[in-house]
Ligand binder design. Structure first.
Ligand code: DAT
Ligand code: MG
Length: 144
């Protein structure tokens, strides 16, 4: 998910492009103004942290772009492309390493496990009618 700072800074195309270029397939994508309850549910594991309130304010502060990307090992691969949580520790070449400087403005969220991805897709998307079932015509050039 591209966070509000990523949208406001004009990085939608840049970020989507990185996943496309990698060879991942976009199975769902939408802009969304996040209701507070969705932000709180999304980050519920962090609800005891001192930054939880600011984090939810930030996620609700402007449009986000919710995305579902498919590919081999996509969760792990996307997390590597996204980089470490604190952008000052994210490797150059990663999205956060290249585009961000603060943990509270780290431009993108990525699911940390397949189970989280399933939970988050169910939370952020309205059901299967918002997700697509198709193949890219370039698939044989990307996948063996
Ligand atoms: P990630 O987004 O890399 O999965 P996380 O799940 O630990 O990281 O935390 C979710 C978000 O919470 C993170 O993207 C930014 C914010 N956050 C995490 N640790 C923080 C901290 N120490 N201070 C402020 N914000 C923090
Ligand atoms: Mg996380």
């Amino acid at each position: 998910m591209i966070k509000p700072d990523g949208v406001q800074r004009g990085y939608m195309g840049e970020i989507i492009s990185r996943f496309e270029k990698k060879g991942m397939v976009c199975k769902g994508l939408k802009t969304f103004m996040t209701p507070r309850e969705v932000a709180e549910e999304h980050y519920k594991d962090l609800s005891s942290k001192p930054f939880f309130g600011d984090l939810c304010d930030y996620i609700c502060s402007g449009p986000v772009v919710c995305m579902v990307w498919e590919g081999p090992g996509v969760v792990k691969s996307a997390r590597l492309m996204i980089g470490a949580t604190n952008p000052l520790e994210s490797a150059p070449g990663t999205i956060r390493g290249d585009l961000a400087v603060e943990v509270g403005r780290n431009v993108i969220h990525g699911s940390d496990s397949v189970e989280s991805a399933e939970r988050e897709i169910a939370l952020w998307f309205g059901g299967d009618d918002e997700l697509l079932d198709y193949e890219m015509c370039i698939k044989p050039w990307v996948r063996e």
